[in-house]
Design a protein around this ligand. Structure first.
Ligand SMILES: C[S@@+](CC[C@H](N)C(=O)[O-])C[C@H]1O[C@@H](n2cnc3c(N)ncnc32)[C@H](O)[C@@H]1O
Length: 440
């Protein structure tokens, strides 16, 4: 987890990189601004070498924020002004978790305090960070870090839904960044690509790549042999393909499809895909992805609540908009951007979308409902609420042919992955997927 950032390289600008990290951190925790979008805007102003450091520093600070705040609490009598508090957080992250030389972390933090025009607080920042450097590790050694680093609203929801032991394991898993998973266009060539990419071929068919480097430089990228997709995110489309394997109708509707990972899977499997999303911008990414992979699908820009298919479908995939708490390993800011009330707003929309999606099905047709959320209200809660009215019945998922662990199937036959599953392999995104069949 640690990354040494020596400031000896002439091209690196230590203060500029810390200032960028401060903008991202404060934006996330104080203004609810996602770090990915903001990073894209400011990355161009940074030296390439600093970019990776800024990302790593901000992500580590967010992943460890509970621990960092607990350490700082022992060395401060009252909370300093917001920007200075965030400077202390970044300084502490560097000293305790990134192995930045303490003098570099202290000096740049003091430099930042001057930059944000709080010169009277340079002495405080200097003194606090020196104490962190001297004894912070002793405090960290005794911390219950999975609990501390999980924002309270998530912890409360998870202990209620899964119990304290599972919530603890989920908190542990969120300390690590997600590995790079790939879906191979032609599953018959998976072993070849696993070898060429020095990747692990997972039981579900995805490849897990651990080496670092630019994705575009990896073998197979240019020729469109694979695309990036978390192993858990690849499961719903595989489940739908399995559930409709004997169907003579190859048409499938991928609803809420952008940026298109599941459309690619369905098209690569030879299905005739109608790929629908309400976001025109996001649909351009679906088309770009299809072009790169030399695949085809019918792209439909529409709000599915107002759209009527010219013909009913035998197979429908609904990957509904959700809180995305299952992707916390890739988005460590999520727990600070959202609150429980945001999560509670999703199920109403999801229920309406699921009801509407069920209307696109022929009698006997199959629908997979999926969300990348860990919150049961968005998964089984939505299915339970809609099932009867929508004329649907559950179809239990058969895990073995899909390479899924049987423990990942819940008592109602749906898939529920948690971030610590396959922890020895690097974990998984949290996903929920249920197979539903139209009655009649
Ligand atoms: C979870 S993302 C989908 C990810 C996608 N299935 C994939 O695998 O790449 C949810 C998508 O739902 C779309 N969406 C939200 N409400 C919609 C609606 N009423 N009709 C169609 N698309 C909608 C959003 O624009 C967003 O792209």
């Amino acid at each position: 987890m640690s990354q040494r950032h020596s400031d000896s390289n002439d091209k690196s600008d230590p203060l500029a990189s810390r200032a960028a990290a401060l903008t991202l951190l404060s934006g996330a925790v104080r203004e609810g601004k996602a770090i990915d979008k903001r990073f894209q805007k400011i990355a161009g102003q940074l030296e390439p070498r600093d970019r990776a450091f800024v990302r790593h520093l901000v992500a580590t600070t967010l992943r460890r924020l509970g621990q960092i705040d607990a350490v700082l609490k022992t060395f401060t009598t009252r909370a300093p002004p917001a920007q200075v508090e965030d400077i202390l957080r970044l300084g502490t992250a560097q000293i305790l978790f990134l192995e930045t030389a303490p003098h570099a972390a202290v000096d740049t933090s003091v430099g930042l305090v001057k930059r944000v025009r709080q010169p009277r607080l340079t002495g405080l920042v200097n003194a606090v960070l020196r104490k962190v450097a001297a004894t912070g590790q002793d405090i960290v050694a005794d911390q219950n870090w999975p609990r501390l680093n999980t924002p309270g609203w998530l912890w409360d929801g998870w202990t209620k839904a899964y119990g304290e032991t599972t919530a603890h394991r989920m908190g542990e898993a969120h300390l690590a960044a997600a590995p790079l998973d790939l879906t191979v266009k032609d599953p018959a060539s998976s072993e070849k690509w696993a070898k060429d990419l020095e990747a692990e071929l997972l039981p579900t068919g995805s490849l897990r790549h651990t080496a670092s480097g630019m994705i575009q430089d990896l073998p197979g990228f240019a020729e469109g042999a694979w695309w990036v997709q978390d192993a858990a995110a690849a499961m719903p489309a595989r489940i739908l393909l399995q559930a409709t394997a004997t169907s003579t109708d190859s048409r499938v509707a991928d609803l809420c499809s952008a940026p298109g990972g599941k459309t690619l899977q369905l098209a690569a499997a030879g299905r005739q895909v109608t790929s629908m999303d309400s976001s025109e911008t996001r649909l351009t990414r679906v088309q770009e992805n299809l072009d790169r992979m030399s695949l085809k699908a019918e792209i439909v820009h529409a709000d599915m609540m107002r759209w009527t298919p010219p013909q009913l479908f035998n197979a429908v995939l609904l990957d509904a908009p959700c809180s995305a708490t299952g992707t916390l390993r890739r988005h460590p800011d999520l727990g600070y951007l959202k609150k429980r009330r945001d999560v509670l707003a999703y199920p109403e929309t999801q229920k309406a979308l699921l009801k509407r999606a069920a209307e696109f099905l022929t009698p006997g047709g199959v629908l997979v409902y999926a969300v990348c959320s860990l919150e049961p209200e968005e998964g089984q809660g939505v299915v339970d609420a809609v099932l009867k009215d929508a004329g649907l019945s559950r179809q239990p998922i058969d895990p073995a042919p899909l390479g899924l662990d049987s423990n990942w199937i819940d008592s109602a036959g749906a898939l529920r992955t948690l971030p610590y599953y396959w922890h020895h392999r690097g974990g998984l995104d949290g996903f929920y997927a249920a197979v539903l069949k139209k009655n009649g």
